[in-house]
Write a new protein. Structure first.
Length: 335
């Protein structure tokens, strides 16, 4: 298992400093996030431009926030800047985010995602001449699309939580990205069988597929402080109804309800308190040695573990400090 770092600082200058430090330290991969105030593609391009060795990826770029042609153009630029080190991680985002943030109705997410991935791949593979893609949801037509100097297309990893989206990743993508609060048990017992089902439909083997997961990760010399930070992030994500599949059998229902109520009140402390029983199996936290040891539970489940610094209720300077501490873990961790 290789260990990468998701760099989430709101200030892009801070993010670049962390990315450069991680690259110098030998971290396997660096990942950008997409949010209402962050562009995963712009930041991935910046990471690619200032690093030399680490893979650079998006974790994740929303599939429907950008048209297929716009997404493909950005991806091609980043792959060129990265000299072939880029990995495109994509996902559907939630229905609310698509409707409220992007103005996109999401009625058939798995089908729309599969077609959008095909459309992006088709654009990236095209070299010269007229181009047309006619799908159920996406339609593109260009009199000419010349990309003679285009780099080799990067692998595309698809994020998923529910049954259809996880199966889609196995069938249509080159790899999978697990949610930050997906437990190792969920990945092993729920996600992997669905991924294999999707891979079987596409006629591919496990060896042709890269399974990754994001992991909430907090380092602090005071382990209880790290646990509180991790618990707040786990509780924040546990409030989302769309993530019910991550809690099979309705597990932690009372804790999730308490976290939802506390979140509605803006009470970070109570969100963390509600998530206290959940955090042990859904995050890694404590000293650097603690975090490194806890990562072992993902070792036989995923190819890459992507350390995800908590940000809910965390000051900007503390986010950066945690990222810098996580560099040591990511650079030194071996299976």
């Amino acid at each position: 298992m290789r260990v990468g770092l998701i760099v989430i600082d709101e200030d892009p200058a801070d993010a670049l400093r962390v990315a450069q430090a991680a690259d110098r330290a030998g971290v396997h991969s660096l990942w950008s996030i997409d949010y209402y105030n962050r562009s995963s593609l712009a930041r991935a391009a910046a990471f690619a431009a200032v690093t030399s060795n680490a893979l650079v990826g998006t974790s994740i770029a929303p599939l429907f926030a950008r048209a297929p042609l716009a997404m493909a153009a950005a991806v091609s630029d980043i792959q060129s800047l990265a000299h072939g080190r880029f990995v495109l991680g994509v996902g559907t985002s939630t229905r609310r985010m698509n409707a409220d943030w992007y103005g996109i109705p999401l009625e058939h997410p798995a089908q729309q995602a599969a077609e959008r991935i095909d459309a992006i791949r088709a654009v990236l593979a095209h070299k010269s001449g007229p181009f047309s893609f006619q799908g159920r949801f996406d339609r593109l037509s260009l009199a000419h699309l010349d990309r003679a100097a285009a780099p080799a297309p990067p692998p595309i990893l698809a994020a998923g939580v529910g049954e259809r989206m996880v199966t889609l990743a196995g069938q249509s993508a080159d790899g999978f990205v697990g949610h930050p609060i997906a437990s190792a048990e969920y990945l092993r017992d729920r996600a992997w069988p669905l991924l294999r089902d999707g891979m079987a439909r596409a006629g591919r083997a496990d060896a042709d597929f890269c399974v990754t997961t994001q992991v909430v990760a907090a380092v602090d010399e005071k382990p209880e402080a790290a646990r509180r930070s991790a618990a707040a992030q786990v509780g924040f994500y546990a409030t989302v109804k769309g993530y019910d599949p991550l809690f099979p059998g309705g597990s932690f229902a009372a804790e999730r309800l308490a976290a939802r109520q506390a979140f509605a009140q803006g009470d970070v402390t109570s969100v963390a308190a509600a998530a206290w029983p959940m955090v042990k199996e859904r995050a890694v936290y404590g000293t650097a040695a603690d975090v490194s040891a806890q990562l072992a539970r993902y070792r036989d489940v995923v190819d890459w573990a992507l350390l995800y610094p908590p940000h809910y209720g965390v000051e900007a300077a503390d986010i950066t400090a945690n990222e810098l501490a996580l560099i040591e873990v990511a650079a030194c961790w071996t299976s």
